[in-house]
Design a binder for this molecule. Sequence first.
Ligand SMILES: NC(=O)c1ccc[n+]([C@@H]2O[C@H](COP(=O)([O-])OP(=O)(O)OC[C@H]3O[C@@H](n4cnc5c(N)ncnc54)[C@H](OP(=O)(O)O)[C@@H]3O)[C@@H](O)[C@H]2O)c1
Length: 346
Amino acid sequence: MVNLPTVKAHNATLKSALRPGIVAVFVGGTSGIALSTALALARYTLSPKIYLIGRNQSAANSAISTMKSINPSATLTFLKADISRLKNVDSVCAEILAKEKTLNLLFMTPGYLTTRGRDETAEGLDRKFVLHYYARMRFVANLLPLLTAAAQDTTLGSSRLSRVVSVFDPRAGVRIGGTGKLDYSDLSLKHTFTLGKCGAHASIMGNFFLEGMAQKHPLTSFLHAYPSGVNTGLLRDSPVTSAVFSVLLKPFMVPIEESGERHLFAATSGRFPSKAEGEGIQKNVDVAIGSDGTKGNGSYWVSWDGEVFSPNRKLERVRAEGAVDKVAQHTEEVFRTMCEEGRTYP
Ligand SMILES: NC(=O)c1ccc[n+]([C@@H]2O[C@H](COP(=O)([O-])OP(=O)(O)OC[C@H]3O[C@@H](n4cnc5c(N)ncnc54)[C@H](OP(=O)(O)O)[C@@H]3O)[C@@H](O)[C@H]2O)c1
């Protein structure tokens, strides 16, 4: 476990380690873990440019005024969008691409808890599945040119940062007896949806899509992170769960401010280098083991405490089935159908 003083000590170095004006996008930044991480970034960096993406204007206004009071030199922008529609993801990304030349951090947490079953959007996908997987991966695909440009910025010397962090759960498909299997005949779960399968597919597909991205885009590092229990808007919307969490599970929960500090550590620590950086790092340096078991491979499945998860046989079996390529092909087909051809996913 990376202890909290170590996390805070690392974060305190960011004012000198990162150049002023780093650019960060927080998808789901109006609440919870993304907001807490954005607040930590505002506290620990010089003149950051922070984008918050969500639907709630008043929550965004309040977040921006808090961040301004923490760091008057921060540039803060709220982009209002319902990103359960991929066409809205594309519009938001177009705005960012028009304004920025580089992006140092893409941090994503959109999602919600529900006991409802499949809820199909006008584009033909399940809403929850889109927020936990498809929209996030569309942000990655769209904003990669800016992330690559940040890694290639030769004016930055050692302070280059190019990182994607998706906060969900790399282990959701294998916890509590989960089979860890992907249904390749129905990856979008159009025909065989259950909430359990949706959580498992979003998790496993996120794992392998990001692992493939790290191989294809070696200048950027990609983290899929598990936050543990954190009392956020996610739980506030579910009265029973919220009461249970706040009373019974309180001793096991991560306080929201600590969660922000820890996710800022994950988003900036040298433990999680890109593939290109990992190959150049000396063996004795503290670099995490990547998701495929290779040290510093650019793709990391990280737990709440800053340590990577140990290898899991079920997930290794999925990789051996060719999940990296199969998931990428499916996801690209979804993007082509909906975003380029403007059709509903069949
Ligand atoms: N909290 C936990 O204990 C816990 C545990 C395990 C995993 N996780 C995972 O961690 C992630 C973050 O959770 P959190 O606790 O930070 O949740 P949260 O406080 O509820 O934040 C979720 C964010 O998603 C945004 N969002 C939801 N639907 C959206 C939509 N249609 N369009 C645009 N933005 C949307 C919300 O913004 P608006 O309301 O402004 O739209 C909000 O900012 C989730 O994926 C969750 O599954 C959380």
